[in-house]
Design a protein around this ligand. Structure first.
Ligand code: AVI
Length: 329
């Protein structure tokens, strides 16, 4: 699109903030209809803080329930991970759930948290260093969901194990989820993946989780425009947009949108455009899986289906997915 002669004004000069990935993707989002942008742009420092607050909300059950599952079964999980493992956490954020495992692992070779947000990763690693002074910590600032080049396996590691909690897999569409799992399977050959995935459930519970009464999810969603104002110099008037989240049952996903409260003219980089009243910028999908559906997807990606743990209400699931291949001696 950016090279499309029909949109000559979309090109941004090198060095301009509009030449950044966020700048280019935001321009592209407004240049076509329906308007949508990838949810990874929620996570600047402010968005990461808001997401941490979401995780503590009473309505947002995934964090609480996944934590309870990990806490109840960490011993079994650590035994499956085995000794001398390199742990790679995808989209590690605050690196807090891994703590439930770390102290139970046998001689972990190293812990490699990967996250796109440098400030969140730095803060998390400073705390981890205090709590686990002997742990070899090798953080990596990278978009592990894009063209992620994994560093070579740690020389002392017998196997590499992925940790991907929080149902972030649900933020990919099914093709992206399959592609991510295929890449992870190749990266983790001889080891495995410990994966947390949110389950299909009563839509009322989903609605409450993404429309919390304190309005934090709304702030998180609107932060995307606030971030554009900060980083790209746009002049989005946040009072002219509102948060909308609903469960799209046929597609098994919660959709988040920013809805234009009125007809408005917008300048997005070199692009002048309009948004009609009620028109939306689609900011996130959060797919929900059945246990069988997730196992079928993981199997297509090359993993073997392993044990699955869930809570008594079957709200959330954690899967151990072995990645076939030889482990190092
Ligand atoms: C990070 N991700 C799994 C969250 C989710 O539930 O899809 C992001 C989120 N969006 C709104 N609330 C939380």
């Amino acid at each position: 699109m950016l090279n499309d002669p029909a949109f000559p004004t979309l090109a941004a000069a090198a060095g301009s903030p509009w030449a950044s990935a966020f700048g280019r993707d935001l321009m592209e989002a407004f240049a076509r209809r329906p308007r949508r942008i990838a949810p990874k742009y929620f996570y600047d420092a402010q968005g990461s803080r808001l997401f941490e607050r979401i995780c503590e909300l009473p309505e947002y059950y995934p964090t609480r329930v996944e934590r309870a599952i990990l806490g109840a079964h960490a011993g079994e999980m650590a035994a499956l991970i085995g000794p001398d493992a390199e742990i790679v956490e995808f989209g590690a954020g605050a690196c807090d759930k891994v703590r439930l495992l770390l102290s139970l692992l046998e001689r972990p070779a190293c812990y490699r948290p990967v996250d796109i947000c440098a400030s969140a990763l730095e803060a998390a690693c400073a705390q981890l260093r205090q709590a686990y002074p002997t742990l070899r910590l090798e953080p990596l600032v990278a978009d592990c969901f894009g063209d992620f080049e994994a560093p070579p396996a740690h020389p002392q590691a017998r196997r590499r194990v992925g940790f991907f909690p929080g149902s972030t897999l649900g933020n990919f569409n099914p093709d992206e989820a399959l592609a991510f799992l295929r890449r992870a399977c190749a990266l983790l050959r001889g080891g495995g993946l410990l994966l947390g995935v949110d389950l299909v459930k009563d839509p009322a519970l989903l609605h409450a989780a993404y429309n919390d009464s304190a309005g934090v999810t709304a702030q998180f969603n609107l932060n995307l425009l606030a971030r554009a104002n900060r980083e790209l110099g746009t002049a989005f008037d946040l009072s002219r947009f509102f948060h909308h989240a609903y469960y799209n049952a046929p597609l098994q996903r919660v959709e988040m949108h920013l809805v234009s409260a009125c007809r408005q003219r917008l300048a997005v980089g070199g692009l002048a455009c309009e948004m009609d009243e009620g028109e939306t910028l689609h900011t996130e999908n959060s797919y929900k899986y059945t246990i069988d559906g997730l196992r079928a997807l993981a199997t297509r990606a090359g993993f073997a289906p392993g044990p699955v743990w869930t809570d008594p209400d079957r709200l959330f699931s954690v899967h151990w997915l072995p990645a076939p291949g030889l482990e190092r001696q």
